[in-house]
Design a protein around this ligand. Structure first.
Ligand SMILES: Cc1cc2nc3c(=O)[nH]c(=O)nc-3n(C[C@H](O)[C@H](O)[C@H](O)COP(=O)(O)O)c2cc1C
Ligand SMILES: CC(C)CC(=O)C(=O)O
Length: 365
């Protein structure tokens, strides 16, 4: 029997092992995206079009991967993205993921569609943020926010890229429409114990962000921003951070790859807020490139689910450790001692000239 270290030298190995272990319908729910999955593919492909232009003789010595996020230290600039239904991957579900994130000293963003209650997840230790789909029922939304606060979550991550559900053809082919019996979205329980269905709200507007600002003192991050004009609106509405995301290609197929959107958002925000990015991060060099182009940190979604399927908490820890070691090595090889040493001069690519930074930004910047 191979150990995790032998079996999974990189995240693609872990994914291949997860695929062998998971029910095909569950693998496809995790791996798939909307429509023809152009955006799923584009997220990873965007990293392959960027090249690192390393500096030499910088005497970096020991690297220091720590960052400061929303005023708190995080052990590395890699966080766990909110993903639904962890108990499809492992019986311990989100509790195992939280344990691994805590051991790794990073933040786990708990999905509103978690299959464990936020209190149970919090009991595993570590720092949690809570992802929210604002529900049309404001009273229920406020109750969920209060529940997340009471469990000790330190920020709200409001998903704004989902006015309706993306159409996921793999799920339609499998007839995968709901969780199997015995599993439920535990954070959607009403006071009477009944589990509500998560509703996407096509009526959601900026006034709801202002409303959320009024009911909680937690920092609010918006997840799913790709357009620089929305980044400017977010600053004007007093949000505390942005997550450049296209939901891992699961909502609008054909949406811009997140790495391609990042420079435009970073320019629009002008350092006023932390800008995070997710989608397609699979290697330490991907993290390096995202940080060099202005991200404060990245989040990983599917790789965490692969780790969970392969080895529960130990599997997730393995995925996070692989990324940490890979980033550490990439920093050393690029001549950077810490994330703050990275800048756009270290990256070349179709729209970037090494040493000069971006020469073009996305439409609307
Ligand atoms: C199986 C799965 C479930 C997801 N569930 C949620 C969710 O409940 N809420 C949310 O805001 N994003 C959700 N996402 C999107 C992730 O937070 C993240 O944006 C995306 O997975 C990042 O891309 P990556 O998987 O390539 O790392 C989900 C993604 C996957 C793959
Ligand atoms: C069950 C969904 C609400 C979770 C989600 O956001 C997703 O599958 O991408």
């Amino acid at each position: 029997m191979l150990t995790l270290d032998e079996a999974g030298l990189n995240l693609a190995d872990v994914a291949a092992e997860a695929r062998r272990r998971l029910e095909p319908a569950h693998w496809d729910f995790f791996a798939g995206g909307a429509g023809g999955e152009r955006t799923v593919r584009a997220n990873e492909a965007a990293y392959t079009r960027r090249w690192v232009v390393p500096r030499v003789l910088r005497g970096t010595g020991e690297r220091d991967l720590r960052i400061c996020l929303l005023g708190e230290p995080v052990s590395m600039p890699v966080l766990v993205a909110p993903t639904a239904f962890h108990r499809l991957a492992h019986p311990d579900g989100e509790v195992a993921t939280a344990r691994a994130a805590a051991e790794a000293g990073t933040v786990m963003v708990v999905s509103m569609a978690a299959t464990r209650g936020v209190e149970e997840i919090a009991a595993a230790g570590g720092r949690l943020w809570f992802q929210l789909y604002p529900q049309p029922d404001l009273e229920f939304t406020a109750a969920v926010v209060r529940r997340a606060e009471a469990a000790g979550c330190r920020a709200l991550v409001v998903t704004v890229d989902s006015p309706v559900f993306g159409r996921r053809e793999r799920d339609l082919r499998h007839g995968f429409v709901d969780l199997p019996p015995g599993l439920a979205c535990e954070n959607m329980r009403d006071t009477d114990g009944r589990v509500r269905t998560i509703e996407m709200d096509a009526g959601l507007g900026w006034e709801r962000i202002a409303w959320l600002r009024g009911i909680t003192s937690l920092p609010i991050l918006l997840k799913g921003v790709l357009h620089p004009a929305d980044a400017r609106l977010a600053v004007a509405h007093g949000v505390d951070g942005l997550l450049v995301s296209n939901h891992g290609g699961r909502q609008l197929d054909g949406a811009l790859a997140t790495l391609d959107a990042l420079p435009g958002i970073v320019a629009a925000v002008g350092g006023r807020l932390p800008v995070l990015v997710d989608g397609g991060v699979r290697r330490g060099t991907d993290v390096l490139v995202a940080l060099a182009l202005g991200a404060t940190a990245v989040l990983v979604g599917r790789p965490v689910l692969w780790g969970l399927a392969v080895g529960g908490a130990a599997g997730v820890r393995h995925v996070l450790d692989l990324l940490r070691a890979d980033l550490d090595r990439a920093l050393a090889l690029a001549g950077a001692a810490r994330p703050a040493d990275l800048g756009p001069d270290l990256v070349a690519g179709p729209d970037l000239v090494a040493g000069c930074g971006p020469v073009a930004t996305v439409v609307g910047a």
